[in-house]
Design a protein around this ligand. Structure first.
Ligand code: 3PG
Length: 425
């Protein structure tokens, strides 16, 4: 059954016609140790396993992903990614160090149902690193060379679907296409948060990505999408400074992230709503020791929210029906400053609200909680930028392309639903 998100109808795996050979775009772009090339976090790999297993049960599966950006230290080939997927899937994932050249085409042509082949980093093809409309990419070299070899295309790369790049937006215009299981889970969680009439909706927004958080808050204020916006991290310090509080040493960090322009935006938001809350106190590091200081007299470097803030925010969270937490409340890499984030996560989970978490830090914090609380997690998103785009109301070209695919490749009732080996190439 297709699902509806932000007014778009997105096909799911049930809506695909029989499919002998499928091209699946995943996003296993992960932190890499620059010295050894080792993959440091396999969370994104694990999130795609359900889709890959389901597709491999009926089809020959060809996987595409990007890793890093050209010129950056984490821009690498995907040999190790294929090895990690093989290990986690318990199935052999073959690898070819080519994307659209003769060797890739030969290996794709020869791939039998039940086999899995991973192509090299899509961004070694320059077309996959430019933003262009789906129609342009659909006529481009990557899509023109590859699409005739497949019966269908699956986009499981929610985390990259804010990009209008060839491997994301080009194929749906040429092949019957669908969202994979991870994409579906991300969209169901987000549509529950964005579209549901359940109230109160509480957003806890922290971390250090100020521009991202401001665009999310601007959208929430514009659409009335939140009952409370609880700020933490550098975002909280920006709003405190906007309220005229001297945030001391932390001002340097604000200035380095865009200072006056961001302050003006924060002031504009505060003049429109009283639903944006700031912390009462902080845990600071000062001359090597940890102290709690009031938010009106910050001395030292703020590294976590303080106990009064935890109490106040937890009380609001306890009445919530929907909670979104994006970005940590403190410097959670340091165990001395992890408590604020952990306590807010506990409060959100104990409330019985549907909870959506965004950001890798939450995986670590949630993995340390008792099983009973862990079982209450609604969804932990694998996305960074894409989640911000969704929450900010910005366009999502990857989703738009899937919705277009449904119109272009419209099927008659009864044609979808059984992806067996009888169809295709
Ligand atoms: C991400 O990690 O946010 C996605 O993989 C997208 O990567 P990009 O920002 O390099 O396009």
């Amino acid at each position: 059954m297709p699902l509806t998100v932000r007014g778009m109808t997105i096909p799911t795996l049930e809506d695909l016609p029989p499919c002998r050979k499928v091209l699946v775009r995943i996003d296993v772009n992960s932190p890499i140790d620059p010295a050894s090339g080792e993959i440091l976090d396999v969370t994104r790999f694990k999130a795609h396993l359900a889709t890959l297993r389901e597709l491999a049960a009926q089809s020959a599966v060809v996987i595409m992903s990007h890793q890093g950006r050209p010129g950056e230290p984490d821009f690498t080939h995907l040999q190790r990614h294929a090895e990690v997927l093989s290990r986690l899937l318990g199935l052999n994932v073959e690898y070819v160090d080519d994307v659209i050249g003769p060797e890739a085409l030969r290996r794709i042509r020869g791939l039998k149902p039940g086999r899995i082949l991973m192509l090299d980093n899509t961004r070694i093809v320059s077309e996959d690193y430019i933003e262009a409309p789906a129609e342009v990419h659909a006529r481009g070299i990557m899509v023109s060379r590859l699409h005739p070899l497949f019966d269908c295309y699956v986009n499981d790369a929610f985390a990259a679907s804010h990009r209008s790049q060839a491997s994301i937006v080009g194929f749906p215009l040429k092949l019957p296409s669908a969202a994979g299981r991870l994409m579906e889970a991300e969209l169901r969680a987000l549509s529950r948060v964005i579209d549901s009439p359940e109230r109160p909706k509480v957003y806890v927004l922290g971390g250090s990505k100020l521009k991202d958080m401001l665009s999310v808050i601007e959208n929430l204020v514009k659409t009335g999408g939140a009952d409370w916006i609880l700020t933490t991290g550098l975002t909280a310090l920006l709003f405190l400074e906007a309220k005229g509080v001297d945030v001391g040493e932390a001002k340097k960090a604000l200035v380095s992230k865009g200072g006056h322009v961001l302050l003006e935006r924060a002031r504009g938001l505060l003049s429109h709503t009283d639903r944006i809350l700031v912390p009462e106190d902080f845990k600071v590091e000062r001359r090597g020791s940890v102290e709690v200081v009031p938010a009106t007299r910050i001395e030292g470097t703020p590294k976590d929210i303080g106990p009064e803030t935890v109490e106040k925010y937890s009380s609001i969270l306890s009445k919530a029906r929907l909670v979104v937490m994006k970005g940590p409340a403190g410097v959670v890499e340091d165990p001395r400053f992890r408590e604020g984030t952990r306590r807010l996560v506990e409060a959100a989970l104990s409330s019985g609200a549907f909870t959506l978490f965004g950001g890798g830090h939450f995986n670590v914090i949630i993995s340390e909680l008792p099983a009973e609380l862990r079982s209450r997690v609604g969804h932990i998103s694998t996305a960074g930028g894409a989640l911000v785009y969704m929450l900010s109301g910005r366009p999502m070209p990857g989703l738009e392309a899937l919705a277009k695919s449904l119109l272009i490749h419209a099927r008659h009732p009864g044609q979808g639903g059984s992806r067996g080996p009888e169809g295709g190439r």
